[in-house]
Design a protein around this ligand. Structure first.
Ligand code: NAP
Length: 435
């Protein structure tokens, strides 16, 4: 009897767990469950639509998904269609890889106003994630403020100021491209509570901001230190030196008639979102960095804007009955072990950090623990799960169905674009019904 494993979440961490399991010598049957009809998690719904080369990693995931030991069950939701307790009854092991889908809170007054949209929602919207199809962000504004100095903040800023020609090869859904191009947005302020040395952008992403067709990267040279000081590893110091060099380049570059601007606004922390019901601006306090921490200087300023996008990191809103560690904000675990027969990997285990590849060793670790704890299979796994789905009339989407969706999206692509996405689960299921 194979070791039956169910992986909850089909993003990178889920696929790396599955890959490690099928590559092991152990006999395994691996089922991957996702609440959406589509696989690949943040690769489809998080990686920026104009970064298609990053999305190519799905080819490797597809090889895993089509391995004979693996099955995909899309449109099946943990906590809704099946509980963790039921999965534990049916499978020898359950691996939780549902990532961190929620938005962190700024914790400042006015955060609930219309026009404050966290990056998880905003990125989901421009990536055609079904949860955010109807987000309708307030783009009727010249100024947008993006809070945070990470790669997500850069993604958001870049997608807002690129020209249609620069987005030709992106898979931005049509309604999103139309909304962005119809908007009067000219100025995006990317606000970091600390300085350029502490910023978390990777250098490739930062450099790209210096090469946009119609948007200039603006930075006050006074914010740029002469050198990187502080206690960094050699690798981190080199990254920061490269970032400083890129920012220095921005500070001396000519505008070349570019009509839009991305303002790198360092040393500023949000203190209040302004406006009545809707956002009209943001109040910030200037900071300086003391021992790596942003400390307020008592000097305040405001930026008028109609949209604020906090890109300050993701959080987990765990389904019911998942052991949760309040302090770390992750699924409670001991290096990947959650409970007997239950494991966790990826962002749900270690928090929302690292690039896609960071999940590979993490997935391998979860697979190794599982195989160490469970040398042989004893539970029915797939057969019992499929019977449960049938009993509950759950409309599951298998990998062949997903490939039909994939093919249709590719066939519907506008010129130059890789695909035109279906943006609701209903559209996807209706399409499958018709074919
Ligand atoms: P991140 O890299 O952790 O950046 C979060 C930013 O938000 C930091 O600048 C942080 O400042 C700031 N922040 C946090 N709380 C704040 C608050 N209360 N007020 C003001 N600022 C606050 O997170 P991310 O950008 O969401 O990215 C998540 C992960 O995905 C990262 O590992 C990232 O590299 C990765 N990613 C990679 C790519 C790519 O490779 N192209 C693209 C997207 C995402 P402090 O530093 O002061 O805390």
């Amino acid at each position: 009897m194979p070791i039956s494993v169910v992986i909850v979440g089909s993003g990178p961490s889920g696929f790396y767990v599955a890959e490690a399991l099928v590559k092991s010598e152990a006999g395994v049957a691996v089922d991957i469950v996702d609440r959406l009809p589509t696989p690949y998690g943040l690769i489809r719904g998080g990686v920026a639509p104009d970064h298609q080369s990053t999305k190519r990693v799905t080819r490797a995931y597809e090889r895993t998904a089509t391995n004979e030991a693996v099955r995909f069950y899309g449109n099946v939701e943990l906590g809704q269609d099946v509980s963790l307790a039921e999965l534990r009854e049916m499978y020898d092991a359950v691996v939780l890889t549902f990532g961190m889908p929620g938005d962190g809170k700024l914790g400042v007054p006015g955060e609930e106003k219309k026009g404050v949209i966290g990056s998880a929602a905003f990125v989901g919207w421009y990536n055609g994630h079904p949860d955010f199809r109807d987000l309708d962000p307030c783009l009727d504004t010249e100024n947008v403020v993006v809070i945070g100095n990470g790669n997500v903040a850069i993604d958001v800023a870049r997608v807002l100021v690129k020209t249609p020609a620069e987005m030709t090869e992106a898979d931005l859904p049509k309604h999103v491209g139309d909304a962005i191009q119809a908007s009067p947005v000219t100025d995006v302020y990317m606000v970091g509570r600390r300085g350029p040395v502490e910023a978390k952008f990777t250098n490739v992403e930062l450099r790209e901001m210096g090469h946009l067709t119609d948007a200039a990267a603006i930075i006050d040279p006074a914010d740029l230190p002469d050198e990187v000081t502080g206690d960094w590893s050699d690798r981190d110091r080199r990254l920061r030196e490269r970032n400083l060099e890129s920012l220095r380049g921005f500070s001396t570059a000519e505008r070349d008639g570019k009509e839009k601007s991305v303002h790198f606004t360092f040393y500023a922390k949000p203190v209040e979102i302004l406006g009545d019901e809707a956002v009209t601006g943001i109040r910030l306090e200037k900071t300086h960095v003391v021992d790596g921490r942003a400390e307020g200087t008592g000097e305040f300023f405001e930026i008028p804007c109609g949209l604020v996008v906090p890109a300050i990191g993701y959080v987990l809103e765990p389904p019911q009955n998942i052991p949760f560690d309040e302090k770390s904000g992750t699924v409670r675990n001991d290096d990947g072990r959650v409970d007997e027969g239950v494991y966790v990997a990826g962002w749900a285990k270690r928090g929302p950090t690292g690039v896609i590849g960071t999940n590979k060793p993490d997935g391998q670790n979860a697979a190794a623990l599982l195989l160490e704890d469970i040398p042989q299979g004893a539970k029915p796994g797939r057969n019992a799960f499929e019977a449960l789905l049938r009993d509950r009339h759950v409309r599951q989407v298998d990998f062949a169905d997903w490939k039909k969706i994939d093919d249709a999206e590719i066939a519907n692509a506008p010129d130059g674009a890789p695909r035109e996405k279906f943006v609701t689960a209903t559209e996807m299921l209706e399409y499958l019904d018709r074919t």
